[in-house]
Ligand binder design. Structure first.
Ligand SMILES: C[S@@+](CC[C@H](N)C(=O)[O-])C[C@H]1O[C@@H](n2cnc3c(N)ncnc32)[C@H](O)[C@@H]1O
Length: 251
């Protein structure tokens, strides 16, 4: 899915130069895409110093002299103070913010605004609906709820997603003009099922109650087996939920 999100951004960008790019919530996927663009320089920001170290190692052959990967928190007013970028990308940053800066979501876009010279591109996941009609949709909801339950029982923080309309309002009140917005139905495959359920398994060691952890492990594997047997996986994936891409420029 992410590749079609990035190709939508390339389409939004038309033939303008990319210049300097800030990946405001960096990860292997977004940085891999940015490395393939004709940029003058790029900066990747993560809230997690371990991710920074891992990415510095994994991208070592692609980091040019003006490129950098930094660990920092957008709650810190000193982070990139006075620096501007032609293009700023916020790729699944808003949803992840709760883990690093709880209750800062309404401040994120005002915080990024002074760093944007030409365009901000924002990618987000629309919050899931409460109910699904198809077996695949029901499985995605069950997996997402199980993942969040395991994260909470481990004493950690879950992602919190925001709808496109919320982001639009926040962009407009933060000194941006929204130029384009597109929503796309997501197709989930076995990689999503295994990835999310592996998160559940990794959280078990933090559970207070080992008996609950043991029975949760059995439950996780039964949800995995049921989901991996779904017919929708063999016919192009489970179509459920939406991602959105937005383009905004300084007002
Ligand atoms: C879900 S990941 C983004 C996915 C990424 N673009 C990719 O391609 O994999 C969220 C990123 O935003 C960062 N992040 C979340 N909250 C942050 C904050 N308050 N300050 C700085 N970085 C933050 C995380 O550390 C992580 O690098």
């Amino acid at each position: 899915m992410a590749d079609s999100l990035f190709s939508t951004i390339e389409h939004f960008h038309e033939d303008r130069p990319w210049g300097s790019v800030l990946d405001a919530g960096t990860g292997a996927h977004s940085l891999g895409w940015i490395c393939g663009l004709p940029t003058e320089s790029w900066t990747g920001i993560t809230g997690d110093p371990h991710r920074r170290d891992r990415m510095k190692r994994d991208f070592s052959s692609r980091i040019r002299s003006h490129d950098r990967i930094l660990a920092g928190n957008w709650t810190d007013p000193g982070l990139l103070a006075g620096e501007t970028f032609d293009v700023v990308l916020a790729d699944y940053l808003l949803g992840a913010l709760d883990g690093f800066a709880p209750y800062f979501q309404d401040q994120l876009l005002p915080r990024l605004r002074p760093h944007v010279r030409e365009r901000l591109y924002l990618v987000g996941l629309a919050p899931y609906p409460d109910r699904a009609k198809t077996p695949g949709g029901k499985a995605v909801l069950e997996i997402a709820r199980l993942r969040d339950a395991c994260i909470l029982l481990a004493g950690h923080r879950c992602y919190r997603e925001y709808p496109l309309e919320w982001v639009k309002r926040s962009l407009e009140s933060s000194g941006f003009v929204v130029e384009q917005a597109e929503s796309m139905t997501i197709r989930y495959g076995a990689r999503f099922i295994n990835g999310q359920l592996d998160v559940c398994v990794r959280k078990l060691k933090y559970f207070q109650d080992p008996v609950m952890a043991a029975s949760m492990r059995m439950h996780i594997e039964s949800v995995r087996a049921k989901a991996l047997a779904l017919g929708e996986l063999k016919s192009g994936g489970i179509r459920f939920g939406e991602d959105y891409v937005m383009s905004a420029r300084p007002a």
